[in-house]
Design a protein around this ligand. Structure first.
Ligand SMILES: [Ca+2]
Length: 155
């Protein structure tokens, strides 16, 4: 009986650890975005809402779209535009970014290092705005983001 309970506990802890490990905290997201030059608190509030609605702060998540494309990672970056392109681009010229996407593999948007994800996402936002994300457009745009869960000031 005791052996059974210990095994059960170990399995339970492994499940908890796995689900926890695949999630970033609010402040980890804020710090990754600040490292890419995002300084405005109101912009950070929009990013936190976007990440909450798109991925629930999970960095290992993929979702399929109705057109057959897939979205990758904590910022749900689409493989039709932004990742897995042989001529992917690392600069800030918008037409090149829109044409070639970011210079990253799609799988690199699923690992626990979200710095390259944040780099790509910020360049997309700086060129085309948050409206590139359906989750932001439908659930964050024009909404009251003045909530503690979106407050980046303590990070
Ligand atoms: Ca990454």
């Amino acid at each position: 009986m005791i052996v059974f309970n210990v095994k059960f506990l170990v399995v339970l802890l492994m499940i908890i650890e796995t689900s926890r490990a695949a999630t970033k905290t609010k402040c980890q997201v804020v710090q990754a975005l600040r490292a890419q030059g995002v300084t405005s608190d109101s912009e950070l509030r929009n990013w936190l809402c976007l990440v909450e609605k798109e991925s629930s702060f999970r960095y290992d998540v993929t979702n399929s779209n109705s057109n057959g494309s897939k979205d990758y990672g904590i910022f749900q970056l689409n493989d039709g535009f932004w990742c897995g392109k042989s001529n992917g681009y690392s600069g800030t010229i918008c037409w090149r970014l829109r044409t070639n996407g970011c210079q990253d593999s799609c799988s690199s948007f699923l690992n626990s290092d979200i710095s390259n994800d944040a780099n790509c996402a910020v360049r997309i936002k700086n060129c085309d705005g948050f409206s590139r994300w359906e989750g932001w457009k439908n659930k964050c745009k024009g909404k009251n983001l003045n909530k503690p869960k979106y407050d980046p000031s303590g990070c």
